[in-house]
Design a binder for this molecule. Structure first.
Ligand code: ADP
Ligand code: MG
Length: 141
C-alpha cells in the first residue's frame, strides 16, 4: 500500500488507522530520514491502539513501553544504538515475540535480529512535490 500525505495531521491519521488494526505479536518497522515524520506516525499509531499517554522519541532511551492501551505497545527508537547487543540487554525478544505490538524506528540498523515477519513502513520526502509531502509505503514481509 502506498499513501501520500501533505501534512503531519494526515500522517498521524494514517498511523492511527494502522494502529487501530494492529494485532498482538506484530512488529512494525519504520524507516526514513531524520525529520521525515516517523515519530508523528508513531504518535498516531499509539492513539489507534488506545494509548492516551503522550508518545515521543526519548533521546537516550531505546525502548518505551506503554500499557494503557488495548495491548502492550513497545516503541523502539534504535537511532543511537551502538551495537545490537544493546538490544539483548533490553530484553527485546520478550517484546518481539510477546503479546503486544512493537514499532521500531530506524529498524534497518538492527536488521540481523528482526523477526521473519514484519510490517515495513517507509516514509520518504519528495521536495518537488512540496515541503510537507510524504510518500508512505506499507508492506507486509
Ligand atoms: P522523525 O521521527 O522521522 O525524525 P518527526 O516525526 O520527529 O521525524 O518530525 C517530522 C517533522 O516533519 C515534524 O516537524 C512535522 O511537523 C513535519 N512534517 C511536515 N509535513 C509532514 C507530513 N506530511 N508528515 C509528517 N510530518 C510532517
Ligand atoms: Mg523520531
Amino acid at each position: 500500500m502506498i499513501r501520500e500525505t501533505n501534512s503531519p495531521e494526515e500522517t498521524y491519521r494514517l498511523g492511527e488507522e494502522l494502529g487501530s488494526k494492529a494485532r498482538p505479536g506484530e512488529v512494525y518497522c519504520l524507516n526514513g530520514d531524520l525529520g521525515v515524520g516517523k515519530t508523528v506516525f508513531t504518535q498516531g499509531f499509539a492513539a489507534g491502539l488506545g494509548i492516551a499517554e503522550p508518545v515521543n522519541s526519548p533521546t537516550f532511551t531505546i525502548l518505551q513501553e506503554y500499557n494503557d492501551g488495548n495491548m502492550p505497545f513497545y516503541h523502539f527508537d534504535v537511532y543511537r544504538i551502538g551495537d545490537v547487543s544493546e538490544m539483548d540487554e533490553i530484553g527485546y525478544e520478550d517484546c518481539f515475540y510477546g503479546e503486544g505490538v512493537c514499532l521500531i524506528e530506524w529498524s534497518n540498523l538492527i536488521r540481523e535480529i528482526l523477526p521473519e515477519h514484519t510490517v515495513e513502513v517507509t516514509i520518504e520526502k519528495n521536495l518537488e512535490k512540496g515541503f510537507d509531502y510524504r510518500k508512505i509505503t506499507v508492506e507486509s514481509r
